[in-house]
Design a protein around this ligand. Structure first.
Ligand code: ADP
Length: 494
C-alpha cells in the first residue's frame, strides 16, 4: 500500500504536543510493515535546527491562496532510522516563525491562510512527486481541507483519483475555526458553507470540513471514540459523529521505543529495564532531585506532571488538592507551559514550598525524559484526554500514573483496586469523577501503596511489561487503510 501521512508537526522536526510524537512514530511503523510511506509537514523554523539531513528537491509549486499565488518549495528528509520520506512544505512568510500556531499564547491571525496554503501545497506536491497514494492520512484541523479538495474538485487531482482519506482526530477541542469571509481564501465554492458541511455556528471549521468529507474517521482511543459522540465531549459535532459512527475507529497511540525507553535514553542518569528498575529509578531519582535542587531523599514519593498548562489537563483539580498533598512528606515537579493562570498557580506553589515543589515553565525535551525516569508517581487528572502519551511514557518508565477515567487514560491504566492488586494486573490509580475529592482519594491510595515496597514494585513491573509499541497500532491502522481502499475502489467503479 502507498500511504501519505499529513500533519502539522512531527518529531524530530517540530513539536508542541502528542501529535508530533504520533506523526514521527506511526509512519515509521507503517513503513516497517512494508508500505511505501511519506510524511508531509510544514517547514516550521524548528525543522532547520533539527539536525536532520534536509535536501531541496528543487520542486517549486504555485499555490493559489485567495486571489494570490504563493510559491511552495518542497524539501525532503527522512524519519530517522526509517525508509519513510518526509516532505517539508516551505514558505518562509508562513512558517519561519517563532511558534507553530501562534506566539505568546495568541494564535496567528493568518492561520486560515497558512493552512489553506499547506493543504493545497500538499496535494499539489503529492501529484508532482507522482506518489499515487492509496490513502492520504490527515490529522486534526490543520489538514481538514484535504478531503474537501479531493471530493469536491476531483477534476483538479487526476493523479489522485484512487486515493481514499482517513481523518484522525487527536483533539476535538480544537476545531480550526475561522471567520466566514476567510472561505474566500480556500478556493472552495460558497455553497459548501452550510451547516451540513463547512459551517460551524457562523464560522468556518476545518475540523468539521475534514470530518464531513473524509472516507473514514479515526481517533486515538476507543473510549474517546465513544465520548466524542456525546454532547459533553462532542464539541458541537456529536450529531455528525453519531451519524458517521459506522466509519469511526478508535486506535490507542503507541510509543516509540527508540525515543521513549529507559533502556536507551541518553539523557537519563542510568539506563534500566524491568529487571533493574529498582536501582535504575533510584539513580535517576537522585540525579533529578539534585538537578532541581530538592533534597536527595530516596524514600520520599516524587510526584510529577509534564504537559500543556491547559484546563483540559485538570489543573483546577490539582490546585484544589495541592495544599493538602503538600502537608504530606512528598516532592512535586512540574514541567509545562501554557495558560497564564496555571503559570501563576505553579509559581505561587513554588514560592510557598521552595524545598518541595519545583517547576520549569517552558518546553524541554530532555527534562521530560529525565522526569519520567526519575519520578515515582505521574499526575494526569485530565478532564478529557483523547489518548494521552505521558501516562504511557510513565508506564514504560515504572512511574505509576494517577489518572482520571477518561479517553485513552481509561483504556491504558489498570486501577490498583483490591482485585487488580491481588491478581497483579494493576498499573496505576484511576478515579472517575472530576472532583478534588475523587482525585484526593486516588492520591491517598497511591501514597499508601508507595509505602508497601513489594506491592509497589509489583505494580511498577506490571506497568513496564505492557506492550505499547507502535507495531500493535500500525496493524490496526493497516486494517483501516484496507477498508478505505475498498471504499475508494467501490467509488471508482460505481
Ligand atoms: P497533548 O498532545 O494533549 O499535549 P499528550 O500527553 O498526548 O498531550 O502528549 C504531550 C507530549 O508533549 C508528550 O510527549 C510530552 O512529554 C510533551 N510535552 C508537553 N509539554 C512539554 C514540555 N513543557 N516540555 C517537554 N515536553 C512536553
Amino acid at each position: 500500500m502507498n500511504v501519505v501521512f499529513v500533519a502539522s508537526e512531527a518529531v524530530p522536526f517540530s513539536k508542541t504536543g502528542g501529535l508530533a510524537d504520533v506523526a514521527g512514530a506511526l509512519p515509521r511503523a507503517i513503513a516497517r510493515r512494508g508500505h511505501a510511506t511519506s510524511v508531509f509537514i510544514p517547514a516550521h523554523r524548528t525543522v532547520w535546527n533539527s539536525h536532520q539531513p534536509i535536501r531541496d528537491t528543487g520542486l517549486r509549486l504555485s499555490i493559489p491562496v485567495g486571489a494570490r499565488t504563493i510559491e511552495a518549495r518542497i524539501h525532503e528528509s527522512r524519519l530517522p532510522g526509517s525508509e519513510a520520506a518526509v516532505y517539508l512544505v516551505d514558505q518562509p512568510a508562513y512558517f519561519d516563525r517563532p511558534g507553530l500556531y501562534g506566539a505568546g499564547g495568541v494564535d496567528y491571525d493568518d492561520n486560515c491562510e497558512r493552512f489553506v496554503f499547506f493543504n493545497r501545497a500538499v496535494l499539489a506536491a503529492v501529484e508532482s512527486l507522482k506518489l499515487r497514494p492509496d490513502v492520504i492520512h490527515c490529522n486534526d484541523w490543520q489538514t481538514g481541507l484535504i478531503p474537501v479538495y479531493l471530493k469536491t474538485q476531483p477534476h483538479r487531482f487526476d493523479a489522485l483519483g484512487q486515493a481514499g482519506t482517513l481523518f484522525t482526530i487527536h483533539n476535538l477541542a480544537y476545531l480550526g475555526l475561522f471567520r466566514h469571509w476567510e472561505m474566500a481564501l480556500t478556493g472552495l465554492e460558497w455553497r459548501l458553507f452550510n451547516w451540513h458541511e463547512l459551517e460551524y455556528h457562523g464560522m468556518l471549521s476545518f475540523m468539521k470540513a475534514g470530518l464531513v468529507f473524509t472516507d473514514m474517521i479515526g481517533t486515538v482511543s476507543p473510549t474517546y471514540a465513544r465520548e466524542i459522540q456525546t454532547q459533553k465531549l462532542g464539541s458541537g459535532l456529536d450529531d455528525l459523529l453519531r451519524l458517521r459512527a459506522a466509519d469511526l475507529r478508535g486506535i490507542v497511540n503507541g510509543i516509540d521505543p527508540e525515543t521513549w525507553s529507559p533502556t536507551r535514553e541518553p539523557m537519563i542518569a542510568l539506563p534500566y529495564d524491568i529487571e533493574t528498575v529498582g536501582p535504575g529509578k533510584a539513580a535517576c531519582k537522585a540525579w533529578l532531585q539534585h538537578r532541581v535542587g530538592l533534597a536527595e531523599r530516596p524514600d520520599v514519593p516524587l510526584l510529577a506532571q509534564i504537559g500543556r498548562l491547559d484546563p483540559q489537563k485538570g489543573w483546577d483539580l490539582l490546585a484544589a488538592v495541592a495544599e493538602r498533598l503538600l502537608e504530606r512528606d512528598v516532592q512535586l515537579l512540574v514541567l509545562g507551559e501554557g495558560h497564564p493562570k496555571n503559570h501563576e498557580l505553579l509559581q505561587d506553589l513554588v514560592r510557598r514550598h521552595p524545598d518541595r515543589v519545583w517547576a520549569y515553565l517552558g518546553f524541554s525535551e530532555d527534562l521530560a525524559h529525565q522526569i519520567e525516569a526519575g519520578a515515582d508517581i505521574f499526575l494526569m487528572p485530565s478532564l478529557f484526554e483523547p489518548c494521552g502519551l505521558n501516562q504511557l511514557y510513565s508506564l514504560a518508565h515504572g512511574t505509576a500514573p494517577v489518572v482520571r477515567a477518561t479517553g485513552g487514560l481509561a483504556d491504558t491504566v489498570v486501577d490498583a483496586d483490591v482485585a487488580n492488586l491481588a491478581c497483579g494486573t494493576a498499573t496505576g490509580f484511576v478515579f472517575q469523577d472530576p472532583t478534588p475529592g475523587a482525585l484526593w482519594s486516588a492520591l491517598e491510595r497511591a501514597l499508601s501503596l508507595y509505602g508497601d515496597r513489594p506491592a509497589w514494585m509489583r505494580l511498577v513491573r506490571a506497568g513496564m511489561s505492557g506492550d505499547w509499541s507502535w507495531d500493535r497500532g500500525a496493524r490496526q491502522y493497516e486494517l483501516v487503510y484496507q477498508e478505505i481502499q475498498h471504499k475508494a475502489t467501490a467509488r471508482a467503479s460505481s
